[in-house]
Design a protein around this ligand. Structure first.
Ligand SMILES: Cc1cc2nc3c(=O)[nH]c(=O)nc-3n(C[C@H](O)[C@H](O)[C@H](O)COP(=O)(O)OP(=O)(O)OC[C@H]3O[C@@H](n4cnc5c(N)ncnc54)[C@H](O)[C@@H]3O)c2cc1C
Length: 407
């Protein structure tokens, strides 16, 4: 069958699913998205840091300007110790020159809305209320997805973009390692508090006495976007967490940051504060990312702790890279194998760094804190850090280069 006549079933209409559909459209390959949510729900979640490497994916898809207009430029991160003194910084001021595009901070609702509207504007079908239940005819040209509503859909290949608890993964790789709860909850939200003496367009990341908190001041406003990662041993679902009283949560945070600089306390004490709470899952590495003509991308195969803000970026890079492999390689399984070869090393390194950074948020022991801070300073000030920065932000899928030429 001519590659262009293939139809791809995409399970999950999140970031990876939408990016993949848009990239397939670019190469003239048909796809259809099947999303579990009953309706498009953009007003959920917090905000994303979209680093240059993520923005370079959106540039290929032609949506970078829309995202830039809806977001705020981000020039890097400043790390502070518990006294509020600067320890080190990651400077992204020259990203336009170095990596061709600037990083941004953007509300998740804008990112998902832009992606979905772009999918819809290309007439790519996106069906809601389609929770995948089973897949049959794996390896045959009519691979078939069954949904909980009793309906089914056929395609020549299927890609699971259904997130960290991926049903597609459980169907095709039943023995693959399972995600696990990290005993950490990310909370965060938007608040109003006047911060005048801090650099704008930069993430301020504070390693306090008992806990971590980062914030981003929205230029020309009193709006502050903030988040933290806190120890929370009891495993609960997002829905259960959302039911916890905000007042009690705020009280616990006030206590946790009571010995930190007043600015941190002000953020938490603000009357207009709201808390969104995410229990964080991690996942051991998966050996094989596909089975015959069914493949996994994004969080479905390599979920990461959000401490280095790369989950959406990785999902987006995956979507573009998989479309490129399908464009350049005739055999579907070979294309999947090449995709995994080109992605796995990078993704696993980033997942590992994110895991270490996340663990660092929870340290309260003074000796361990000293060690963490020293390592952070040494790493960020090391002459080799430039290489690490390039690895994260300078990555490109090299859309125009034939996949067969990349080893
Ligand atoms: C608190 C927090 C902050 C974060 N901050 C950042 C950040 O700043 N920068 C960054 O790059 N990343 C960040 N991330 C990570 C990022 O959100 C994820 O890595 C990214 O969303 C992964 O995209 P995905 O499409 O693979 O999965 P998801 O976004 O989880 O999408 C999966 C989709 O599949 C659907 N689905 C699930 N099950 C089924 C099923 N059975 N059938 C059909 N559909 C199904 C879901 O409804 C969903 O729409 C953060 C994550 C968290 C939790």
């Amino acid at each position: 069958m001519d590659k262009k006549n293939r139809k791809v079933i995409i399970v999950g209409g999140g970031i990876a699913g939408c990016v993949l559909a848009l990239a397939l459209d670019k190469i003239g390959m048909k796809s259809e998205i099947f999303e579990a949510r009953q309706i498009p729900k953009d007003d959920v979640g917090l905000f994303h840091y979209l680093s240059s490497n993520a923005m370079n994916v959106y540039k290929v898809l032609g949506i970078d300007d829309k995202l830039k207009d809806l977001g705020h430029e981000c020039n890097g991160v400043i790390h502070y110790n518990e006294k509020g003194n600067q320890m080190a910084r990651i400077d992204e001021k020259n990203s336009l020159k170095d990596y061709g595009i600037k990083s941004i901070m953007i509300k998740r609702e804008f990112l998902t809305r832009v992606l979905r509207e772009e999918v819809q504007s290309k007439q790519i079908p996106i069906h809601f209320g389609k929770k995948i239940q089973d897949i049959i005819n794996i390896g045959k040209s009519n691979v078939t997805a069954y949904f909980e509503d009793g309906k089914s859909a056929e395609g020549n290949l299927l890609v699971g973009c259904d997130g960290v608890y991926s049903k597609t993964r459980r169907i095709i790789l039943p023995n693959s390692p399972k995600p696990f709860y990290t005993k950490m909850v990310f909370t965060g939200g938007y608040t109003q508090t006047k911060i005048t003496d801090k650099e704008l367009n930069i993430i301020h990341s504070n390693y306090g006495k008992k806990g971590f908190l980062a914030y981003f001041v929205i230029p020309n406003s009193n709006e502050v976007w903030w988040w933290n990662g806190v120890s929370y041993p009891k495993e609960e679902t997002r829905e259960e967490m959302e039911k916890l009283s905000n007042e009690k949560w705020q009280q616990a945070m006030i206590e946790m940051y009571s010995e930190d600089p007043p600015l941190i306390q002000n953020i938490i004490r603000s009357n207009e504060i709201n808390f969104i709470k995410y229990p964080i899952s991690d996942m051991p590495s998966v050996d094989k990312w596909y089975k015959q003509n069914v493949c996994l991308i994004g969080d479905a195969v390599h979920a990461t702790v959000p401490a280095n803000g790369q989950g959406a970026a990785m999902a987006s890079e995956d979507g573009l890279m998989l479309a490129k492999c399908l464009r350049d390689i005739e055999d579907i399984e070979e294309a999947f194998s090449k995709f995994q070869k080109l992605r796995q090393k990078r993704v696993e390194k980033i997942v590992k760094i994110g895991r270490t950074a996340g663990e660092g948020y929870l340290i309260t022991n003074p000796i361990k804190k000293w060690f963490r801070n020293t390592m952070l300073i040494l790493m960020l000030k090391s002459p080799f850090f430039g290489r690490m920065k390039d690895f994260f932000f300078g990555y490109s899928v090299e859309w125009d280069k034939n996949t067969n030429e990349i080893q």
